[in-house]
Design a protein around this ligand. Structure first.
Ligand code: F0G
Length: 458
């Protein structure tokens, strides 16, 4: 008998989670103004709100925490993280930050001005938020295939080179401080970018004299997909692939809460000493001195260790196969999900799940609320609420994809939990015709409104 696949770790410490009744959940979500971010964590049974900062650290990471050096300057923890970043990504210069958006804040404070253009592949919401907050524009050049959820394309995070070139031709280089490539591309469904595409984007950027940065939160998952799906990479190690990927960038921003498997942390990597020097001022201003930038020494130690573990093939295989296990259960039942399965999450196509609901009633949010009520499973809307209003017209932006994301924390849940999640969603699917009303907004913030929005039944 062929031995089945199984996890590359065992469990040493457990955290209890609590079941609840449907009646309790109906009350709790009403009290939370139908915003899943407002729920208390003990009102949630399985939490798929995000894979960010929710992973389980290893025994080696916890051991590293004890060795943290809390010196203000010159701490050994600083050198540990510096060495890990250099070894894994190849970037010579780096600045620590407290999380990914802080890295974006420092980078964009350094290089972005009003009316600038930042092309890329479906910028993540904080990236877009930072760009638009500075009255600059994010232009999405993702390939069209990414927006057809039924299409099985291996690299739906790829940049459409024609779209990119049109943007580069239409504006002077002085107006395009950077191209941001998000690996994997969260907004298009945790979809990877191929090595070929990264190489070609860099080549084009060089022709036009434009800097390329990778938004690298899930760079290791991206490398795994390159190894599995792209010709010529099957025999290369994840670390070799990662080094080649980053050789096509001038720098990176990192939310370490994802692929470095820590609960908090981030950094910026640079090739250019000159850019590093300019960014240093903002890092000190916003984050802290350059040898800790918002992280304690113990956090930096855990992060350095996490970078090694996160780029280990066995770990990545366990992780991505678990996401695919959930995807397979949903696919087999005919639930409309994004294909192929993403690296960190399964994305449910809410427009096809609830085709009878009008788009003005926040279809993916409605689905996420129903899933919570059904089984205490908390997913997240990646749709109209997240897309915010157009800063120019003030009207709702209706994105091509209206998704409910089920993000799987790293090394946290078992496949029994995946079975439970699938059953809860299948129950909602079976009664989808009875879900005839969505929601309307009662209160919202002008930017990143999904975190605090208040809703009522439409
Ligand atoms: N870039 C990407 C691709 C992300 O997915 C995130 C965060 C960030 C940047 C910002 O990093 O949270 O450390 O400030 N994504 C989380 C998510 C919030 O749920 O996908 P951060």
């Amino acid at each position: 008998m062929k031995l089945p696949f199984s996890e590359s770790y065992k469990i040493k410490m457990v955290e209890p989670i609590r079941r609840s009744t449907r009646e309790q959940r109906e009350q709790w979500i009403e009290d939370a103004k139908y915003n899943l971010f407002n729920l208390r964590s003990d009102q949630v049974f399985i939490d798929l709100l995000t894979d960010s900062g929710t992973g389980a650290m290893s025994q080696m990471q916890w051991s590293e925490m004890m060795l943290g050096d809390e010196s203000y300057a010159g701490a050994s923890s600083y050198f540990k993280i510096k060495n890990a970043i250099r070894e894994i990504t190849g970037f010579e210069y780096f600045l620590p930050t407290h999380q990914g958006r802080a890295a974006e804040n420092v980078l964009f404070s350094t290089i972005l001005k009003e009316n600038d253009i930042v092309p890329g592949n479906s910028h993540f919401d904080t990236t877009k938020g930072h760009i638009e907050f500075r009255k600059a524009h994010a232009i999405d050049c993702t390939i069209d295939e990414a927006f057809i959820t039924t299409l099985d394309h291996p690299f739906k995070g790829d940049v459409d080179l024609n779209k990119l070139e049109n943007v580069l031709k239409a504006h002077p280089a002085s107006q395009i401080p950077v191209i941001i490539i998000t690996i994997t591309c969260n907004s298009s469904g945790g979809q990877p970018v191929s090595m070929k595409n990264l190489r070609e984007v860099k080549k084009m950027a060089d022709q036009y004299g434009i800097t390329v940065f990778f938004d690298s939160a899930r760079f290791a998952e991206n490398a795994y997909f390159i190894k599995i799906r792209e010709e010529g990479y099957r025999d290369k190690s994840i670390r070799e692939i990662v080094r080649e990927m980053f050789s096509y960038a001038d720098g990176m921003t990192m939310s370490s809460k994802k692929d470095a498997i820590v609960n908090m942390g981030g950094f910026i990597g640079f090739n250019s000493k000159e850019l590093f020097d300019r960014a240093t001022m903002y890092n000190i201003l916003f984050e802290g001195y350059i040898s800790y930038g918002g992280m304690s020494g113990r956090d930096m130690n855990a992060l350095a260790q996490g970078l090694y573990e996160g780029t280990d093939f066995d770990y990545l295989e366990t992780r991505i196969k678990q996401v695919a296990y959930l995807g397979g259960l949903l696919k087999d039942y005919g639930i409309p999900i994004q294909f192929p399965f993403g690296g960190h999450a399964i994305f449910v196509d809410a427009k096809r799940f609830l085709p009878h609901l009008p788009k003005e009633e926040y279809v993916a949010q409605t689905l996420a609320i129903e899933l919570y009520i059904e089984g205490g499973v908390r997913g997240v809307e990646i749709g109209t609420l997240l897309a915010d209003r157009d800063p120019g017209t003030g009207l709702n932006r209706y994105p091509d994809l209206e998704l409910m994301r089920l993000a799987i924390p790293r090394r946290v849940y078992t496949n029994n939990h995946m079975d439970y999640i699938a059953a809860a969603l299948i129950n909602v699917f079976d009664r989808r015709d009875k879900i005839t009303k969505g929601f309307k907004i009662v209160k919202e913030a002008p930017i990143l409104r999904h975190f605090t929005v208040e809703l009522e039944k439409a």
